[in-house]
Design a protein around this ligand. Structure first.
Ligand SMILES: [Zn+2]
Length: 264
């Protein structure tokens, strides 16, 4: 009796085992199919991304070539062949020149210019010591009209003589420039006044530490003294001459590029 039951059980076991095997096998096939489908999905997504990336690269290439075109159109570039002679590849139209010359100190502050003392190190006439002359001295009898050399804002208008510069006017211009007019006799402007290039700001004199009537004229750029002579004779005709000067201090290329963009 026992053996009969055992046999039946044995057969039943085999049957269950076969069923399990079949189910497992089916499940494995099902999983494999899923994996294949997933793989296909990944491949098609991968291709899609590749296409999108390629499209973006093409767009960037196009933008790059448009930028190059723009640079050529604006015609501004550095001459890298001579590092010490950076100049602007200028094709600046007359309107742009006018704007630039109105913004940066240019032209003389007096109607007639005669330099009596240059910018640079010199034996100081009063101190009898080698000293930096921070501006140029222009011959002017007392009462000669003084004009601003660029558009700007009056930073300082000292109408009292307390030594040094004496009565003086200091003007802030755009883009980091500053001018100073010293030893004046009279002043016609006040701090905060917005003035145009060529505005009458005062009269020359002999105030402060001065050994005779004259105008002491300074040009500064980001607090550094520049040789004003370069700017005294800067005008439309001599427009390009300035770009080979003060290169260490003034990044002419970027500055002019900025100003050309400003007026558009
Ligand atoms: Zn001086």
């Amino acid at each position: 009796m026992v053996t009969v039951i055992e046999r039946i059980l044995e057969k039943k076991n085999i049957f269950i085992f076969l069923i399990l095997l079949l189910v497992s096998f089916t499940y494995i096939i099902y999983l494999n199919l899923n994996i294949i489908e997933l793989n296909n999905n990944i491949k098609s997504k991968d291709n899609l991304y590749k296409i999108q990336i390629n499209n973006r690269i093409n767009e960037i290439d196009q933008l790059n070539s448009q930028l190059t075109d723009l640079h050529q159109l604006l015609n501004i570039g550095l001459d890298l062949s001579n590092k010490n002679n950076i100049y602007l590849n200028t094709r600046i139209n007359e309107e742009d020149k006018k704007f630039i010359l109105n913004s940066i100190p240019s032209a003389p502050p007096l109607r007639k210019v005669f330099i009596t003392s240059e910018f640079g190190f010199r034996l100081h006439p009063i101190f009898r010591k080698e000293k930096l002359h921070t501006g140029v001295d222009l011959r002017a009898k007392i009462g000669t009209e003084v004009y601003s050399t660029a558009n700007g804002v009056i930073l300082e208008a000292r109408n009292i003589d307390n030594g040094g510069y004496g009565k003086m006017v200091r003007i802030i211009h755009n883009h980091g420039f500053e001018t100073l007019y010293a030893h004046l006799d009279d002043i016609y402007v006040n701090p905060g006044d917005i003035i145009k290039k060529g505005t009458l700001i005062g009269l020359t004199g002999n105030t402060g530490r001065s050994n005779g009537p004259h105008l002491h004229y300074e040009v500064k750029y980001i607090k550094k003294y520049l040789n004003p002579t370069d700017f005294l004779y800067w005008n439309r005709k001599t427009f390009d001459t300035i770009f080979s000067k003060n290169q260490e201090t003034i990044h002419w290329k970027d500055l002019i590029f900025l100003m050309k963009n400003d007026i558009k």
